[in-house]
Write a new protein. Structure first.
Length: 277
């Protein structure tokens, strides 16, 4: 039974992947940041451990325990992340560092802890949940944009460095997927952005309305769309480098190739809720 570690399994995509991969016959280690969510996952029948991607100690402790349970992982799925929203001039260095701690540095450290056994076995799959915002930028999502752009650069580099091994890396680039992402983004916004003293109050009012709305964004898919790509990336003898999920991701990938940057800026500004202050 091939063992797979998944981060961010408390809800949404991570929980869907945990269920789907377990049903498909994989031994799933479903991790979460909050101990309460770990308890829930244990009660659901998963092998679950606390893993806070913002904490090096938490990452190392989780891997130490998992390594006693299995002789090397076959798959590592980087899913745990959150989106810090807000205009970049309203984002402090500390808020940006926190975004990178969870979305980039934790992923990098976890990858480096898993790679030695994968190299030893000369086999493995590492799957990164990136985003359409990993290759196009939208206003008021700067920290998240930057973290996903960074992940794409790290993965592209690591793929070249591992070219002489049988370890395959894949980037899944979703657009809108039904999850608690907007709820968590609003929490991060309230925590780190001083809206009352911002030049973007009118933009923020529109943004908050969207974040708090129960209505799904256009072309939103269920998490099962990510599961389908993940299974292909784990099973195929030649996994894809990029899995583009949802119509917006596929559309923007084409537009980015064919349109001048200034025209793309206008389209992305409108799509992302930009415009005049």
């Amino acid at each position: 039974m091939q063992a797979v570690l998944i981060t961010g399994c408390s809800s949404g995509i991570g929980l869907c992947l945990a269920y789907g991969l377990k049903q498909a016959g994989y031994r799933v280690f479903a991790t979460a940041r909050d101990p309460k969510d770990v308890e829930i996952l244990l009660n659901l029948g998963f092998e679950s451990y606390q893993l806070d991607l913002s904490s090096s100690a938490s990452i190392r402790n989780a891997m130490k325990v998992i390594n006693t349970q299995v002789d090397g992982l076959y798959g590592l799925i980087h899913n745990g992340a959150y989106g810090q929203v807000g205009a970049l001039e309203d984002i402090s260095r500390e808020a940006l560092e926190a975004q990178f701690q969870a979305n980039v540095f934790g992923w990098h450290e976890l990858t480096n802890l898993v790679l030695p056994e994968m190299r030893k076995n000369n086999n493995g799959r590492i799957i990164y949940l990136s985003s359409v915002l990993g290759f196009v930028a939208m206003p008021f999502r700067g920290p998240y944009n930057a973290s996903k752009f960074a992940i794409e650069g790290l993965v592209d580099t690591l793929r070249l460095e591992l070219a002489n091994t049988n370890i395959q890396l894949s980037l899944i680039q979703p657009g809108p997927i039904e999850s608690k992402f907007r709820i968590n983004a609003y929490k991060a916004f309230k925590r780190n952005v001083d809206m009352d003293n911002s030049n973007y109050q009118s933009n923020y009012k529109q943004m908050i309305k969207r974040l708090q709305s129960d209505e799904l964004a256009d072309y939103t898919l269920q998490p099962e769309a990510i599961l389908k790509c993940t299974l292909h990336a784990l099973r195929s003898s030649k996994a894809k480098i990029h899995y583009r999920v949802t119509f917006p991701t596929k559309l923007f990938a084409v537009l980015k190739r064919i349109l001048p940057s200034r025209i793309m800026d206008k389209i992305l500004s409108k799509a992302g809720g930009g415009g005049k202050r």
